[in-house]
Design a protein around this ligand. Structure first.
Ligand SMILES: [Zn+2]
Length: 145
């Protein structure tokens, strides 16, 4: 585990989960969701979907994040949808930004705008999204379990 100098003081709150069947191979798909908090406030929700037993090389996992303030006084106009893909290829595992507007979370009422890959890459939003990914992946015991 890498320690990035206090960068990640996010706390993950697991909420509910769901499962389904992969349309391509019949394996079980799993969906878990929850919130990510800083000591001060809630900064994102996450939905993680993967295919059980298939491996990230065959079935990359989707991380659909809604980043921004939650709770009283916050509205969907304050939040953006950002989607990440956790994949594996011959170089090993990696994480990349994908177009959020193709994902179901972007078509929900939770965020007014969905970021595509082009507009997120290299921005502060991307850095936040990767930090959230680290927190969720490390802290949510359900993931890939
Ligand atoms: Zn499949």
């Amino acid at each position: 585990m890498q320690d990035t100098a206090g960068k990640n003081d996010y706390e993950v709150e697991p909420l509910d989960q769901n499962s389904g069947v992969c349309s391509c191979c019949g394996s079980e798909t799993r969906l878990v969701w929850g919130f990510v908090h800083t000591p001060e406030s809630t900064i994102a929700s996450f939905h993680v979907q993967w295919t059980a037993g298939a491996g990230l090389d065959r079935h990359p996992a989707n991380y659909d994040l809604i980043i921004g303030p939650w709770g009283e006084g916050a509205s969907p106009a304050d939040r953006v949808a950002v989607s990440l893909l956790h994949f594996e290829n011959e170089d090993g595992p990696g994480v990349m930004v994908i177009d959020a507007d193709a994902r179901a979370s972007a078509n929900s009422d939770l965020a007014d705008s969905a970021f595509d890959r082009e507009s997120v890459a290299g921005t502060e939003v991307a850095a936040t999204a990767f930090a959230i990914f680290d927190a969720v992946y490390l802290q949510d015991p359900r993931i890939y379990g």
